[in-house]
Structures are given as C-alpha cells and as structure tokens.
Design a binder for this molecule. Structure first.
Ligand code: GLY
Ligand code: MN
Ligand code: MN
Length: 439
C-alpha cells in the first residue's frame, strides 16, 4: 500500500524544526532500538515516533542529525549499509544511497562510521538537542562523542556547552496535524470502525473475548494495518470495569455487556475506539439507562471540542452530564454542583475524558501552557471517551447496577469551526447497535 504522507512532507517537518533550533546548534535523534523477545527472536520492530515523524525511515540502527546551515546538507542520516548477504536473510535495506534517493535526506553515511564522523559535525556547535534522558545507552554515546571533541580543545576545538531536550521543540510540532496526517488518521479510524462493527456482529454467547479480538485483528490486517496501536481491550461483563484489561480470555455470557477498546496503527498513526454492546444484541434496562448517560456525556464533550475552548472543557461537559445521570438514576445523592465539587463521581468515572492522539496513542503535546489549560486549535486530534464503571462489589448502589462497565470513545480532530469525528462509522446509539447486531 502506498504511503499517504509524501517524502517531501518529512523534509518540510525537518525544515520547520530547524527553524525553531538555535542557528549554531545540532540535533541528534536515534531510531528505536531492536528488542529481544526470546532468545534469537525479536519483537516486531516499531520505529521511534519522533524519528518516524522526521524521516519516515523504518529501519533500526539509524541516527538522524540536523545541522542548520551545513553546506553539504542540513539533514544527515547515518544508516546501515546495503549488504546482499544480510539482505538475503533479513530483507531489504535502503543504505545511505537509498536514504538520499528514496527518503529525501540531504546527505547520508554508513552508521558504522558514525563515531568517526559525528564528533566533527558537533564540533563548533554551541547547543546539542537530543532526547536527553530517554535512553541511557544513547546518553552515554552522545557524551562519548563530546569527549572526543573535549580531548581536542588544546588544538582549538570547540565543544558544545548546552544540552537541550529535543522534545520541547519537536512535540509541539507533532501536536498540530497536517492535512496528510489527518488523512492517515481518518483511514486508521475507518479501518478500526469496520473492525468494531465486525466484532459486534460476530459476538455470540458461548464465544470468548479472544474470539472478538481475533475479529478485530482480521479487519486490521485485511487492510494492511499490520499492528494494533495498543493491546486490544475486550472485556465482557465485570471485566469491562477494569480499565486496561487485556487478558481477553473470559467467556461471553448472555446478559453481559462487552467493552472493546481497540484501534489499528497505520503508517505509525494510532486509532483509538471504544464501544460497549450487549452479547445478546439487546441491552437490559439498567444497562441501557447507564449507557444513555455515557452517550449523552460523550455528545456533550464532543460538542465542546472547538477552537477557542480549552483542553478541559470537553472533560467538564462530560463530568456534568455523567454526574447528573448518576444522581437521576439514584447512584449518587445531592446536587450536581456538590457532587462534582466533592468528586463523588470518582468511584464511577476515574479517568479523564480524553488525550491527544497521533503517532502515539497517548500522543505528545502539553495539556497546559503554564498554569492554564491549552486552547484547542485546528489540526489537534484528541479522543473523547467518557465512561461509567460500577464495581461489582459496590454495595452502596442497587445490585442491578453492579458490574456494569461502559465506555464510548471516538477520535476527533479540531477544525476551523468545530470538530470532525474520524471514527463515526461504527454505531453508538442503542438503536443503531441493536439493529446492527440483529442484522
Ligand atoms: N486505549 C487507551 C485509551 O483509550 O486511552
Ligand atoms: Mn483513548
Ligand atoms: Mn481507547
């Protein structure tokens, strides 16, 4: 499948980052390390999100170096050399030539030469941006390169004096998605929505949670999305009350709800959808009552996603609707204002209403600027995911509510005059879910 994000967009991102960097600085960013799964088997390789954002280069053992104003090219990649024998076993390598021709880097060298070449590139630059403290091995390598320069000060070498976390600059860029990024995320959302529909239609009593997980993976893979964005959560009955339940081994029982929180990863971008539906295809009265509260909270939160509103407004909107619903159904007492002030909703709703979404499922970007919540701006992508979870041992409420866990989650992009839901191809009203499951 051809990539949606063109090579020139990666070059544009590097250019924008270099504009933010001090003129006499250098940025150094390593690819993700490969990780052993067991003995000589590796985990499937997933590129580091920052590295992916700036290169689109999917190989390990590579280092990106950005050197604003460098005459022979500002964007430099160190990567593995081509090697027919290795490639016969492990697959195609781009090599430094391919990095330039196919990935649009200005200059490239074999990564085996980095210790000889990079200190010379750092020398004379006063500031080094790198992922400070993210990987101890890489911190050590950076300091080793610096030591090479320090050892030459008596011959006039200038070692850098400032070391700055690259993330400060880079993560703010990543927060604002381009039209192409939104296209990829919309596609990831569409595939994931189709997967949720398939799982809903195939849910049967007597099946197991992992049967539904298999249906999700089937649809992801069938569309070329080879990985999930995070381990799929398929929680039937009381398992729906465990926020990060990934065991997925319990039976599906008549009368239970199933909560599925799952999304695929496409071109390294995440989708993140949750739906909750009855195994039998019909909600019971208490399930429906709580479900309608969560759905109303989700609509209210989505309605609050628009430019000019701040990050916390969707959460506040959801909290009000959830708390009012809990009072009206008798799970909480008192006024909405008092219950919110006392955080009385917390036993039923203990997480936030969303998070930034992008290359990482819990994506980068600050939620506050100083002490103030961040304003929502076009191009920001976030999830909206209120829920209600009644613990099975919550003796403070009528037994009919106990063990019900519900979350409804969609992916939403802020637009010029509101927002667009990227994942609305999977039903979420009670009627639409019941008719999909009956069909
Ligand atoms: N799937 C993780 C989350 O919804 O935050
Ligand atoms: Mn989420
Ligand atoms: Mn989720």
């Amino acid at each position: 499948m051809a990539s949606i994000i063109p090579v020139k967009e990666f070059a544009e991102r590097r250019r924008r980052l270099m504009e933010l960097m001090a003129p006499d600085s250098i940025a150094i960013l390593p690819a993700a390390p490969e990780r052993v799964r067991n003995r000589d088997v590796l985990h499937p390789f997933r590129q580091d999100s920052d590295f992916q954002y700036l290169t689109g280069f999917g190989e390990p053992e590579a280092v990106l170096v950005l050197i604003p104003g460098r005459e022979h090219g500002e964007s430099v990649l160190f990567c593995k050399e081509r090697n027919p024998e290795k490639e016969l076993w492990d697959g195609f390598l781009a090599g430094p030539e391919g990095a330039i021709e196919r990935f649009g880097l200005d200059d490239a060298f074999p990564v085996s030469d980095i210790d000889d070449i990079l200190p010379g590139m750092i020398e004379g630059r006063s500031r080094v941006y790198y992922p400070l403290g993210k990987d101890q091995n890489f911190d050590t390598r950076v300091m080793d390169w610096i030591k090479v320069i320090r050892s030459k000060v008596r011959t006039g070498a200038h070692p850098p004096g400032e070391f700055v976390a690259l993330e400060h600059l880079l993560h703010d860029l990543r927060l604002y998605k381009s039209a192409n990024e939104i296209k990829v995320m919309a596609k990831a959302g569409e595939i994931s929505a189709e997967a949720h529909c398939r799982a809903m239609k195939r849910a049967r009593k007597g099946g197991y949670e992992y049967h539904l997980e298999a249906e999700l993976i089937h649809t992801f893979m069938a569309h070329g999305a080879r990985s999930t964005a995070y381990p799929s959560i398929v929680g039937a009955g009381v398992n729906g009350c465990i926020l990060h339940y990934i065991e997925n081994t319990a039976p599906l029982k008549d009368g239970d709800l199933v909560l599925i929180d799952a999304g695929c990863e496409l071109e390294c971008y995440a989708a993140d959808i949750t739906r909750t539906f009855p195994v039998s295809g019909r909600f019971s009265e208490p399930q429906r009552a709580l479900y309608e509260v969560v759905l109303a909270a989700q609509y209210a939160a989505i309605d609050a996603v628009r430019p000019g509103n701040h990050w916390n407004q969707p959460h506040e909107a959801a909290l009000t609707v959830l708390t009012r619903g809990l009072i009206e159904l008798g799970l909480l007492q008192g006024t909405v204002e008092d219950a919110i002030a006392a955080e009385a909703y917390k036993p039923f709703f203990m997480h936030r209403t969303g998070h930034w979404l992008g290359l990482d499922v819990h994506d980068v970007g600050d939620y506050k600027v100083g002490d103030a919540w961040r304003q929502l701006e076009p191009g920001m992508v976030l999830t909206v995911e209120p829920g209600l979870y009644v613990a099975p041992d919550n003796t403070a409420v009528d037994p009919k509510w106990r063990g019900i866990g519900i979350r409804i989650e969609d992916d939403v992009v802020v637009t010029k005059d509101g927002c667009r839901v990227l994942t609305d191809a999977v039903p979420k009203t009670v009627d639409d879910i019941e008719s999909l499951m009956a069909g």
